[in-house]
Design a binder for this molecule. Structure first.
Ligand code: DC
Length: 233
């Protein structure tokens, strides 16, 4: 087990992972890894540079050149993503980019290259890692693993609101179908499929508002990391 504190938050899209991770990052003042953003940025960079998604050799070379940073610009929102110093958050948050990320994600050489990049985010005092395989593959020794889930109807509505609030034009039925397709691809692929780690706490957020989810997770954090009790309240 790593001597750096790690909390993994895994689960499909629309379960509240991004919001919860933003909340924990602020609460604990730890480092943050949005692994989905790495897959999205890779898809975005490939598209921009005209690299075919099937060209694994070029995609792996691209991974090695990616210069990605996460910054919490607005304390009330989720973390912004920077590629080579440029804010690409809105470019990578589209469902089209999510689909492209999910299409390149099953490739073994790409996951291997991204594994190195992801583990590079591990720094003291701790890391909050958001993704699909954080607790199962990337950080199997994490001290606290959480898996968020919710019904597809609820998740599609949440994503719809999120995308609409961010200024994107979206159609709920299409979004529902796209999320279902992405869930299927992410959870049935051979390598690192989306699934809870055996030792993960599973929280169904379908009927919970985000404050209730945050409260539940806060309790888990302070009972697991007892040395943080005084700081976190
Ligand atoms: O979390 P997200 O919606 O930003 O992720 C986009 C896609 O990236 C997701 O559909 C599958 C892939 N992904 C992955 O395979 N493994 C991860 N740890 C994170 C994301």
């Amino acid at each position: 087990m790593s001597d750096v504190n790690i909390i993994t938050i895994d689960g499909p899209s629309g379960t509240g992972k991004g919001t919860v991770c933003g909340y924990l990052t602020k609460l604990l003042n730890w480092h943050f890894l949005d692994s989905g953003a790495l897959y999205r940025v890779l898809a975005y960079a490939a598209e921009t540079l005209g690299v075919n998604y099937e060209n694994e050799v070029e995609l792996v070379k691209l991974v090695k050149r990616l210069n990605i940073e996460f910054k919490l610009l607005n304390p009330e929102s989720v973390v912004d993503v920077f590629l080579d110093g440029k804010n690409v958050t809105n470019k990578i948050r589209t469902e089209t980019c999510g689909k492209a990320a999910s299409l390149i994600a099953p490739k073994a050489s790409i996951r291997k290259a991204l594994l190195v990049l992801q583990r590079g985010f591990l720094k003291k005092p701790g890391l909050i890692a958001d993704g699909r395989d954080m607790g199962t593959v990337v950080f199997p020794g994490a001290q606290l693993k959480i898996y968020l889930t919710a019904s597809i109807e609820v998740r599609a509505k949440r994503r719809f609101k999120q995308l609409k609030d961010a200024g994107f034009s979206v159609n709920l039925r299409r979004l529902h179908a796209e999320i279902a397709e992405r869930d299927e691809r992410d959870s049935t692929r051979n390598i690192s499929p989306l699934k809870p780690a055996k030792d993960a706490f599973i929280i169904d957020t379908s009927l919970l508002d985000i404050k209730a989810v945050e409260e539940e997770i806060k309790k888990l954090v302070f009972s697991r990391f007892t040395n943080l009790q005084n700081k976190g309240g």
